[in-house]
Design a protein around this ligand. Structure first.
Ligand code: ADP
Length: 164
C-alpha cells in the first residue's frame, strides 16, 4: 500500500530548514502532504493562504509532495488524508520536550499513526522562523536562510509595515 506522510507546521515563515525536511521526507514516502495550520501559541506574520502559496511554489519540484491548509487537530487531519506517519523536524534538545509531548498525545489519540522525528541538518539547526523574521524586521539580509521568494516577501512586508 502507498505510504503517505503528513508534515504539519505553521511555516511562518518558510525556511531552508523546513525545505530540507520536505526534501528528505519526500524520499522516504510515496506521498508527502505539507499541512499548513495556525499555531495558537504564535501570532503569524503572513496569512495562511500566503504561506500555502509560497510552499506550493517551493514544493513544485517534488512530484510526490502536495501542500494543503488545515484546521483543527493534526491527528484528525492525518486520518482524513490516510497518512500513517507525522513528520517533525528536531533542531536541538530545546525542541524535544514539546515535540515529545505532542507525539505522545497524538499516539494516544491514534496509535496507528506514528510520529517520525528527522534531525535537522547541522547547517540549519540554528535556523528558526522567528530568528529569520527578527533579522528581516531589522533590515538584515536573510537570503541565505530562506528561499528567494520568502526573502522578497519579508522585505516587502517590513517596508510596508515596519511594526508587523
Ligand atoms: P509549528 O508552529 O507547528 O511548530 P513550524 O513551522 O515552526 O511549526 O515548524 C514545523 C516543523 O519544522 C517542526 O517540526 C519544526 O521542528 C521543524 N523545523 C523548523 N525549523 C527547522 C529547521 N531549521 N530544521 C529542521 N526542522 C525545522
Amino acid at each position: 500500500m502507498a505510504k503517505c506522510a503528513l508534515y504539519p507546521g505553521s511555516f511562518d515563515t518558510l525556511t531552508l530548514g523546513h525545505l530540507n525536511i520536505v526534501a528528505r521526507s519526500a524520499r522516504l514516502f510515496d506521498r508527502l502532504v505539507v499541512g499548513v495550520t495556525d499555531n495558537p501559541r504564535k501570532r503569524p506574520l503572513f496569512r495562511r493562504d500566503e504561506r500555502v502559496e509560497v510552499l506550493r511554489g517551493e514544493c513544485a519540484r517534488f512530484p510526490n509532495v502536495s501542500v494543503s491548509p488545515f484546521d483543527g487537530l493534526t491527528i484528525t487531519y492525518a486520518q482524513s488524508i490516510a497518512a500513517s506517519v507525522i513528520v517533525r523536524g528536531l533542531r536541538a534538545v530545546t525542541d524535544f520536550e514539546y515535540e515529545l509531548q505532542i507525539a505522545i498525545a497524538n499516539h494516544h489519540l491514534d496509535p496507528a499513526i506514528e510520529t517520525l522525528f528527522l534531525p535537522s541538518e547541522p547547517a540549519f539547526s540554528f535556523l528558526s522562523s522567528s530568528v529569520v523574521k527578527e533579522i528581516a524586521r531589522l533590515g538584515g539580509d536573510v537570503r541565505s536562510f530562506v528561499p528567494a521568494a520568502v526573502a522578497a516577501a519579508l522585505e516587502d512586508r517590513f517596508a510596508r509595515e515596519p511594526d508587523a
